[in-house]
Structures are given as structure tokens and as C-alpha cells.
Write a new protein. Structure first.
Length: 118
């Protein structure tokens, strides 16, 4: 059974940094696309960044380009999101997700909250 467990969220001042961590287990993710999404209060969940597990190809939402970096350690089965220059509008619950590159069931973590104070 696939499990995604996030950690690393918290309260930070604007301009600060946080690193989110997602530990993945339950299968081999070599053909998967891993990513982060977020959901702010009263808003729909939105895409933040993705990375292909095998090749490390990345994709970012325009709102986080140049500030956030997604990476993975395929030996530790761990996904990261380094968030720098945080803004109050980055406040949200951040979710880790995994989906097969060729389509199929998508998996989600339980989320970790990030609050950026002005």
C-alpha cells in the first residue's frame, strides 16, 4: 500500500524559508511523477511543482518559479520542496502526491500546513 507522509511545515515570517519533506513507501516509484500541491483556506487545491522520479525533470507553477525547488532522493524514497523568499500568499496546506507517468491511480499524503506571516 502506497503511503506518502509529509513533514516540515510550520510558521515562518515573510522572506523566510522552509523545507518540506515527503517520505514515500509501499512500491517502487521509478515510473512515477511526484509532486507538491497546495490548498489555501477557501480556495481550490493548486499545482505547485512536479518531478519525474527517474529522470529528475521538473515543472513549476509560475507563482513559485525562482523561489521553490523540488528534488528527490531516490535511494531514501524521499521528496523535498525547498521554499525560499516565502510570501503570505504561500500560506496553505501542502500535499505530496504520486501518480504513474502513464496514467492510473494517484496517491496523496495527509498534508502539512505552512503559514507565512507578514
Amino acid at each position: 500500500q502506497v503511503q506518502l507522509v509529509e513533514s516540515g511545515g510550520g510558521l515562518v515570517q515573510a522572506g523566510g524559508s522552509l523545507r518540506l519533506v515527503c517520505v514515500a513507501s509501499g512500491r517502487t516509484f521509478s515510473s512515477y511523477v511526484m509532486g507538491w500541491s497546495r490548498q489555501a483556506p477557501g480556495k481550490e487545491r493548486e499545482f505547485v511543482a512536479t518531478i519525474t522520479w527517474s529522470g529528475g525533470n521538473t515543472n513549476y507553477a509560475d507563482s513559485v518559479k525562482g523561489r521553490f525547488t523540488i528534488s528527490r532522493d531516490y535511494i531514501k524514497n524521499t521528496l523535498y520542496l525547498q521554499m525560499n523568499s516565502l510570501k503570505p500568499e504561500d500560506t496553505a496546506v501542502y500535499y505530496c502526491n504520486a501518480r504513474p507517468g502513464a496514467g492510473g491511480d494517484e496517491y496523496w499524503g495527509q498534508g502539512t500546513p505552512v503559514t507565512v506571516s507578514s
